[in-house]
Ligand binder design. Structure first.
Ligand SMILES: [Zn+2]
Length: 489
């Protein structure tokens, strides 16, 4: 069977990011691929995609990805254009002229690198009140293309042109399905466990103890929580403690989700860190068990438990590594993934810290205030490490829709929110991508989160009508890693 070979002009050696971006695109193709070293040739039975200066392109290459110069792309100058029918990024209003079928426009590669390497996050110093690079700082958001998985669309253009070239020559490429079981696209259902109950004097007291003055979040929130907890001391069911409902609703469709838990005493601790402990009580299927027992039940039933990295952990290998061991100790087994609390994330440091702490995947890369694709990609990918000029080993499973973004930032009604999620799922299905949904477990409380739970139930019912592979983050990451091992880099 024939495979596609990505070759590079010798000069690409000077810019390792180019080969990394092409390698990421190659993994999105549903055919066998080999990514050659710069200067290395394709074998006679391989279909060649050449990247480099036009003048150096071999006659035999099926597709040429031109790369004559690597110009700098200040985010403010980036605009939206089109390649075929799909939206694409370009610097200024330059166009490629009449496109050749064999040659992709030069901005195809540069634009992909712009999105995947997160260079706008390096260039833009502004951070929001939680220290996050916000959607409002993103050029993709400003241009109205954050909701489009442009990288997947770029890969689809390449795939289509390769198919046409092969069809004309009667060449059949070896197939490599993108998702398990021939599913058209994939979805991760995930939950950040910021709270295990609404009413708990003990948990509220732990928060209050951290207050340094009456204007503190810890003081204000601690006091209201204690009063609220005392008022409901006799309540039988806590409205935010409904892990059994989440698990039952997902299990109805045969789905398993991922729950990211916080550790009890992160060092350093921030007042925004949750105050529950693994020995605290939760109601579960009519019984009272500890949070630690709940976590083990989740594992036994095929759900995934991961780490919800504490507020100050996103830049520290040691804090993340301690958190990982604490969760693993409770579970009696290793964990694979995490998401950072408040989505606190720094493209310069967080992936390195997570990777050094031993995580296989992260699923933080999304926005608190918008839905869509922060790096333009709806698929797992290896982030680029700009300081070492290599790819990170850790996989990123970009988070694409969060409940809070729909209801708090976009202020959508439950019906509109459900429609927006359906549209998002349709967009991901159309490119055969990956959607990562985040709903907080306390969203079952109708008083504080009106409509959030119903929106989630509606979303699950909709998903059940689609050809999706719904899996935990761990399963998706493992699948992608094994799929990568079949291609040659
Ligand atoms: Zn959180």
């Amino acid at each position: 069977m024939t495979r596609v070979c990505f070759t590079f002009h010798e000069s690409v050696r000077q810019n390792p990011l180019i080969r990394h971006v092409i390698g990421t695109m190659a993994e999105l193709l549903e055919v066998g691929v080999r990514v050659a070293a710069p200067g290395e040739c394709a074998a006679p039975n391989e279909v060649e995609v050449f990247t480099g200066p036009r003048i150096g392109a071999p006659e035999t290459a099926a597709i040429v990805v031109p790369c004559d110069a690597w110009e700098s792309w200040p985010a403010a100058g980036v605009q939206v254009t089109k390649i075929e029918e799909a939206q694409a990024l370009v610097l200024g209003d330059s166009t490629s002229g009449a496109p050749l079928e064999r040659e992709l426009p030069e901005f195809w590669l540069r634009g992909a690198a712009f999105m995947l390497s997160r260079e706008e996050e390096f260039a833009e110093p502004h951070r929001d009140e939680w220290g996050c690079f916000s959607a409002y700082s993103s050029r993709l958001h400003e241009l109205g293309v954050l909701s489009k998985p442009l990288i997947n669309q770029y890969a689809a253009i390449l795939a289509r042109r390769l198919n046409v070239w092969c069809e004309h020559r009667n060449i059949r490429l070896s197939e490599r399905p993108r998702w398990k079981g021939g599913a058209k696209f994939a979805v991760v259902l995930s939950h950040d466990v910021d709270a295990i109950r609404r009413w708990s004097v003990a948990q509220a007291w732990r928060l209050l103890k951290q207050a340094r003055n009456p204007r503190d979040f810890a003081f204000r929130h601690g006091v209201t929580s204690i009063l609220d907890s005392l008022r409901h001391a006799k309540a039988i069911q806590d409205p935010m403690c409904s892990f059994d409902r989440w698990m039952a609703e997902e299990s109805r469709y045969g789905y398993r989700s991922t729950f990211y838990f916080c550790v009890p005493a992160p060092k350093p601790r921030h007042p925004y860190d949750p105050t529950y402990r693994f020995e605290d009580a939760v109601e579960f299927e009519g019984r009272t068990i500890t949070c630690g027992e709940l976590m083990r039940v989740m594992i036994e039933r095929g759900f995934e438990v991961g780490l919800h990295g504490s507020y100050l952990s996103h830049e520290s290998r040691d804090v993340l590594s301690r958190g990982k061991s604490q969760v693993e100790k409770v579970l009696g087994r290793d964990i694979a993934g995490l998401r950072q609390h408040f989505l606190r994330f720094d493209a310069r440091t967080t992936w390195s810290a997570q990777e050094a702490a031993g995580f296989d995947y992260d699923s933080t890369l999304g926005y608190n205030e918008a839905i869509g694709f922060r790096a333009g990609i709806a698929a797992p990918f290896h982030p680029w490490n700009a300081s070492s000029e290599t790819a990170h080993r850790i996989l990123e499973l970009p988070m694409t829709v969060m409940d809070g973004a729909l209801f708090r930032s976009l202020k959508l009604s439950p019906a509109l929110a459900a429609r927006r999620v359906r549209e998002h799922i349709d967009i991901v299905e159309a490119v055969g991508g990956l959607a990562v949904l985040l709903w907080h477990p306390d969203a079952t409380d109708p008083e504080s989160h009106p409509g959030w739970w119903d929106c989630y139930r509606e979303t699950l019912a909709y998903l059940a009508t689609r050809p999706a592979w719904v899996a935990t983050g761990r399963d998706i990451a493992a699948w992608w890693t094994s799929r990568e091992s079949k291609s040659s880099h």
